[in-house]
Structures are given as structure tokens and as C-alpha cells.
Design a protein around this ligand. Structure first.
Ligand code: NAP
Length: 308
């Protein structure tokens, strides 16, 4: 029986409350020892305003989960690594590619584990889809990630600011699945629709291909009301695979495949514990590379102002 990992959490906001804190609480691999948040609180453990205070006062701390928006994560991650802590990064792992590279190198030098988490890869349909596709010739891929920003991100200003990524905040989840289940691909063109009063796109139309010339098309849109769509459809020579509901449902030629229940964050925390105990890191930048390429290579179209 190994001792639980003594973990602290930074940024008590939506995802910390919805997933991280309940999953840490339920896992035998962890003991939550403190949280750090400027506004959020969590009962039952010491609450600090900053990570620096938490590190100074919690001598036995071994790891931290960083649940702030991407623009705020680098500084905290570097401080945690330099303090000798293992670091769990929410997605996306940073606001730039280079900062995550720097963290990876810092973690290697300090001998701590760095985990760039991609929760959608732990959706129940993703590994079966990857396995089924690994032996098939793919003809085309169509991704539709369309949701209502007012429902999912009310009042979140950071998401509209530079580095917040706009519709790529959910869209990068689709990219995290696509980069896991498909052969390597790259962006050939994109159109980003940016509200005239914001810095980040509300919609994106992305075109990719791979070494075999396979057409891969993705539509991200935050203006969808009513039923929400998080689908990846892959046409192969042996039939059609559809991952829907963000990877929670898998069909092959229209037939539902039996899957275990959703447990994305349990899967992430199991993976982080395994990394910490084996002294390894897991930092896959591919989803962020595709998002960055869309900002680098895409055309911008100004669209009507967005107000909450
Ligand atoms: P959030 O509730 O808006 O922010 C999380 C916490 O980060 C806040 O409570 C705040 O804590 C801190 N924070 C906010 N803005 C900050 C800033 N500018 N500088 C420093 N700290 C700031 O966001 P969230 O929805 O939980 O998302 C956080 C991260 O988790 C994002 O990267 C997102 O992509 C990812 N994520 C979110 C969801 C979801 O369903 N919302 C799902 C999966 C992953 P204090 O002010 O108390 O310090």
C-alpha cells in the first residue's frame, strides 16, 4: 500500500468544483492538503490566497493541480516545479507553446513529473475508437464541436481575451481526441470568426490533411443553442465510426458500442498518480500546436459583437 500523494489545488473555480475536488476526494491515491484561490474557498483544508503562501506553509506538499485559465498557469507551474512539486496542468497546458516547452525542461531538470492533461482523451469511447481505427484506411474525417457559450461559460472574461482561445477552449478537446485517434495531420487553412468587441474567435472552420491526403474538416461554433454537438465522424474503407457526446458514445455503422461509464477526471488523476510514482512526465503539445496553427495560418472575419 503506497502513501497517498499530498496534493494542493490552485484556482477554485468551475472545473475545480465540478471535477477536481470531488475526484481527488474519492481517490485513494491522493490526500488534499490545501487550496489556493483569490476568491474561491474549499471547506475542510487550509485555504490560501496564493500558491506561494501554500508552498511556504505546507512543508509536506508533493504535488499541485493548477486549475486557473491558461494565461495564469505558467507562473504558478514554474514556481511549483522550482519548489520540487509534481504538477498537473488543466487543459490547455499554457497560453503559448514555448512556455510549456520551458516548463517541460524545468520539470526534467528538477526531477518532478509534469502532466499536461487532456480530459477528453479519457472519454470512454476514445481508446476503443483509436484501436478500431489503427487498422483501417481512413477516407475522410468530419468534426463538429458546437455549443452555447452563454450556457457553458457565463461571465468568463478570460476566455475572450488574448490567450483565452475563445471557441478553441472547447475545440481543443476535439483536437485532443483527433490527435490521439488519427495519424498525424496538419492545418491547410482556416477561417476564424471574431466578434468585433473581443480578441478571441466565437467560431472556426478548419481544414486539415495528412500524409495520405485525407480531408479532415472541423467546425467549432459557440452560437449553437438547443441540442449541443460534440461529434467526430470518420469514414473508412470498412465503415463509419462516430464518436459523439464528446467521446462518451461510439457507433460503428450506426450500431452503438458498449462502453464503460464516463470517468474522465478519474482517468486523469489515475494517470497523474502513475506518472508521479514512476518519475515520468506526459506533455503532448499536439492539440495546442493545431490551435496555434489556426491562429497563425487562419483568415480572420470580424462578426457582430458578443455580449453575455
Ligand atoms: P474559471 O472558473 O473562470 O477559473 C478558475 C479559477 O481560476 C477561478 O476561480 C480563479 O480563481 C482563477 N482565475 C480566473 N481568472 C484568473 C486570472 N485572470 N488570473 C489568475 N487566476 C484566475 O474557469 P474554469 O471553467 O474552471 O476553467 C479553468 C481551466 O479549466 C481552463 O483552462 C479550462 O479550459 C479548463 N476546463 C474547464 C472546464 C469547464 O467545464 N469549465 C472543463 C474542462 C477544463 P481565484 O480568482 O479564486 O484565484
Amino acid at each position: 500500500m503506497t502513501d497517498p500523494i499530498r496534493i494542493g489545488l490552485v484556482g477554485v473555480g468551475k472545473i475545480a468544483r465540478d471535477q477536481h475536488l470531488p475526484v481527488i476526494d474519492a481517490s485513494p491515491d491522493y490526500r488534499l492538503v490545501a487550496v489556493a484561490s483569490r476568491h474561491g474557498e474549499h471547506a475542510g483544508v487550509p485555504n490560501y490566497r496564493t500558491l506561494a503562501e501554500m508552498i511556504a506553509e505546507q512543508g509536506g506538499l508533493q504535488a499541485v493541480a493548477l486549475c486557473q485559465p491558461p494565461q495564469a498557469r505558467f507562473e504558478a507551474a514554474l514556481a511549483a516545479i522550482e519548489a520540487g512539486l509534481h504538477v498537473f496542468l488543466e487543459k490547455p497546458p499554457g497560453a503559448t507553446l514555448a512556455e510549456v516547452g520551458l516548463l517541460t525542461e524545468a520539470a526534467r531538470r528538477r526531477g518532478v513529473s509534469l502532466f499536461a492533461s487532456w480530459h477528453s482523451r479519457f472519454a470512454p469511447g476514445v481508446e476503443p475508437a483509436r484501436s478500431w481505427l489503427s487498422t483501417r484506411r481512413i477516407r475522410s474525417v468530419s468534426i463538429a464541436w458546437m455549443e452555447d457559450v452563454r450556457h457553458w461559460h457565463p461571465g468568463q472574461d478570460w476566455i475572450w481575451e488574448a490567450g483565452g482561445m475563445g471557441v478553441f477552449d472547447p475545440g481543443i478537446n476535439a483536437l485532443s481526441i483527433a490527435t490521439h485517434i488519427l495519424p498525424p495531420f496538419f492545418l491547410t487553412g482556416a477561417t476564424l470568426e471574431v466578434p468585433e468587441n473581443r480578441q478571441a474567435p466565437i467560431a472556426g472552420d478548419l481544414r486539415f490533411t495528412d500524409a495520405a491526403g485525407t480531408p479532415i474538416h472541423a467546425t467549432f461554433d459557440w452560437r449553437q443553442t438547443g441540442p449541443q454537438t460534440w461529434d467526430i465522424r470518420v469514414e473508412t474503407e470498412d465503415g463509419t465510426l462516430v464518436l459523439s457526446k464528446g467521446g462518451a458514445v461510439l457507433t460503428l455503422d450506426g450500431r452503438d458500442q458498449p462502453l464503460p461509464p464516463e470517468a474522465e477526471y478519474r482517468g486523469l488523476y489515475d494517470r497523474f498518480a502513475a506518472l508521479v510514482r514512476s518519475g515520468a512526465s506526459d506533455v503532448d503539445l499536439n492539440p495546442l500546436i493545431h490551435a496555434a496553427d489556426a491562429f497563425l495560418r487562419g483568415e480572420r472575419r470580424s462578426v457582430e459583437a458578443f455580449t453575455d
